[in-house]
Structure formats: C-alpha cells, structure tokens
Design a binder for this molecule. Structure first.
Ligand code: TRP
Ligand code: SF4
Length: 374
C-alpha cells in the first residue's frame, strides 16, 4: 500500500475536477446531499460515488421544487452521429433515476439539426441512428417510453422555434465567440437550439411550467452559461427561469483517453458483440504494476485503471462489492489478470441481457418517435 489517501469512489483526475469547478463557479454536489437526506430522497449510484461532482442551482431549483410538490423535469440531448456507448449510459442512468425515484418528467432531444450542420452526416443516417441507436438503447436500459418525450429537434414545433428566433435577438457575436471560439452559422443555430431544448419544457405548450435540470459533462458548461443568460433576458417576455444543472466526471476510454464513437477500439458500445467487447477489455489500460511480484508487493492503483472505471460507473452496482474489489486491488491480493477475467464475465452478462431487450426496444422506438420527413 502506498501513502495516498484511500478513496474508493474517486478517480485519478479528482483534483482537476475540483479546480475546474472553482474556475467556473460550479458548486460541489456534496453540499446538497444533506438537504436530499432531509427530504428523504434516495441518492443515485453516481451521486453516492461522487461521479456527479458539481451543480448549479440544484438546491434552489430542483430540491425546493420537490419540497413544495411542484413539477420537475430532466432534459438532455444527444447528437445522433455515432453508436451508443458506456459514456452515454451514464447520462441515461441519471434520467432513469429522476424518472423512477423523483417523479420527474423526462425530455430527450435528438440533436439532428446539430448533427447535420456540425457533423455533416446524411439526413437518413442521422434519423436511423437517432431511433435505432439512441432511443432504442435508452428504452432497453429502462427509460419508460410512455413517460419520456423523445423528439427530433427539427420536428419540435412552433413555440420551440419561437424561442430560437427570440434568442437570436438577445445575444451578440462577441458573446458567442467568447463561448465557442470560431463560430459558423451551423454552430450558432445549434447553440440557440440547445438553449431552446433546455428551456422549452417550461412553456404552456409542452405541458406547463416545470423546474428543469440538465445533467452534463463539465465540458458542456458553456452551453449552460449561455442558456442561463438567455433565460434571464427572456424572463419578462416568455416567463423563462434559469435551469439547474449537474456535472459528471466523464468515463475514460480503455486506453485512458477519451471515450468516443470515433475511437471504437477504446470505447465499449452497448451493441458490441460480447466477445468483441471482452477483447477490448482484455487490452485495457490498468493500474497494474510492471511485474506480478511488484504488484503483490505494492498493490495496484484502481484510480488509474480503466477496468475499475467500468466497475465504478456501470458494472458493480453493489457498493460493498466495489469496496472489496478496491481493497483487493490496493493490497495486491488480486492481480490484473484475475480481475479482468471477472470484469469480462460481468461485461458479457450485462451486454447479453441488454441486447436481448434491444430488438423489441427498436420496434417501440420507431413507433413512438416521429422521424422528420426530410
Ligand atoms: N450539444 C450536445 C452534444 O454535442 C447535444 C445536445 C443538444 C444537448 N441539445 C441538448 C445536451 C440539450 C444537453 C441538453 O452532445
Ligand atoms: Fe485494475 Fe483490477 Fe488491475 Fe486493480 S487489479 S489495477 S482494478 S485491473
């Protein structure tokens, strides 16, 4: 064992996340946990494990709304530009928790406008991916299709588009450039459209006023800052209020870099054939030592390990089991070979069960989401 602080819920980059939070004025999520306990609200797995590390106005907007019995909503959006992977699952798990445990209304934007303008993908492919990859996987994971409003941005209707038009009159080029760097017409429209995604659940036409929370990776905070400003500027005209947001640590890819559809060898997709996923996991970067002897003596470093990340985020829901794995790794009792064999079994079991539900979920997906005509 070395002398570092032992924190089974932490990851290697925790210091960076703290700095990031301070730089942007994001509050630590831990500060709202006592209030959640007071209100008798269960914590989600990712809240308990400090993966959700920050928030803006979660107490003021969401917890106070719940305390007063007011309606709340959670909203997120996905660009349907690649396959659905374990990074996406982290967000969807949060939607499911809000739907089941907190009674929130769920909205999911399929950002087809953004994918067309920014990623330049063919329309047919965007629409197919939106339904068969994103919506289908979300339903198979347990999001209730009867209680979730999935929509394509380009299909959303007049009041939503009215917001985008009005936003365009309330923002300057200098602000957009400060937030997004070099902007193009596509990026500007995508940013204003994302603000409409986040704020439109407050409108009469979409079920009446609700307090809204948006769960994002910290990299998405610029969108939230723009959206908060737009809510202030449209407050008197449209009755908009600022949204709350929560911030999660992104799961790393299997080489320790970014998990992304564009890096398929280091990213596990929920539609990967189980053998293929296991092959990826077997080659993953761990926190193991150079030799078995050294690892028995010094122990492994789970904070550096991408296999441990999979356990922490997704594959080991039981906290006691996770703590046991953490200790066996740190003490050198368990070596990486044995650990990966266990991980492979867990991953295979998860994917097999998930994929059994996927065919039916695809049919449901096509029946509940209206694809744009062109
Ligand atoms: N821009 C987001 C992305 O690149 C997708 C998105 C669209 C979104 N609308 C949103 C995310 C609303 C959160 C909330 O993935
Ligand atoms: Fe990672 Fe397991 Fe190796 Fe520890 S023993 S470094 S958790 S693979």
């Amino acid at each position: 064992m070395n002398g570092e602080r032992l924190d089974p819920w932490g990851t290697i980059e925790i210091k960076d996340y703290d700095r990031l939070r301070r730089v942007f004025g994001i509050r630590p999520f831990s500060e709202v946990i006592p209030r959640m306990r007071e209100l008798g609200l269960p914590l989600s797995l990712h809240m308990r494990r400090n993966i959700i590390f920050g928030h803006r106005d979660f107490d003021k907007v969401i917890l106070e709304g719940l305390a007063r019995g007011e309606k709340i909503a959670i909203l997120t959006g996905f660009m349907p530009s690649g396959r659905f992977h374990f990074g996406h699952k982290l967000t969807v798990d949060q939607l499911i928790y809000f739907q089941r445990e907190l009674g929130a209304k769920v909205f999911v934007a399929l950002a087809d406008g953004e994918a067309f303008a920014v990623r330049r993908l063919p329309r047919r492919e965007i629409i197919r991916l939106g339904i068969e990859e994103y919506v289908a996987n979300m339903i198979a994971l347990g999001l209730d299709p009867d209680k979730t409003d999935f929509y394509f941005q380009t299909n959303r209707g007049t009041p939503y588009y009215r917001l985008i038009q009005l936003f365009s009159g309330k923002v300057t080029m200098a602000e957009l450039e400060a937030i997004y760097g070099d902007v193009t017409p596509g990026k500007i429209v995508a940013a204003l459209t994302q603000a409409a995604d986040i704020l439109h659940p407050q409108l009469e036409e979409y079920g009446g006023y609700k307090r809204v929370v948006v769960p994002v990776g910290a990299d998405q905070d610029p969108h939230l800052r723009l959206t908060r400003d737009l809510a202030d500027r449209l407050h008197d005209i449209a009755g908009l209020e600022r949204p709350a947001s929560t911030y999660h640590k992104l799961i790393r890819g299997l080489d320790g870099g970014k998990m992304s559809s564009s890096r398929p060898d280091y990213t596990i997709f929920l539609t990967d054939p189980p053998e293929k996923a296991v092959w990826k996991l077997k080659r993953a970067l761990t926190g193991g030592r150079a030799t078995a002897e050294e690892q028995r003596r010094l122990g492994g470093v789970p904070e550096k390990c991408t296999v441990y990340d999979l356990y922490l985020y997704h594959l080991v829901p039981d906290d006691n089991e996770l703590l046991r794995i953490y200790r066996d790794c740190r003490s050198g009792t368990m070596l990486c070979g044995e650990c990966k064999t266990m991980g492979a079994e867990k991953l295979k079991a998860f994917l097999e069960k998930h994929q059994e539900k996927l065919e039916e979920a695809k049919e449901v997906a096509w029946s509940i989401v209206e694809p744009p005509r062109f």
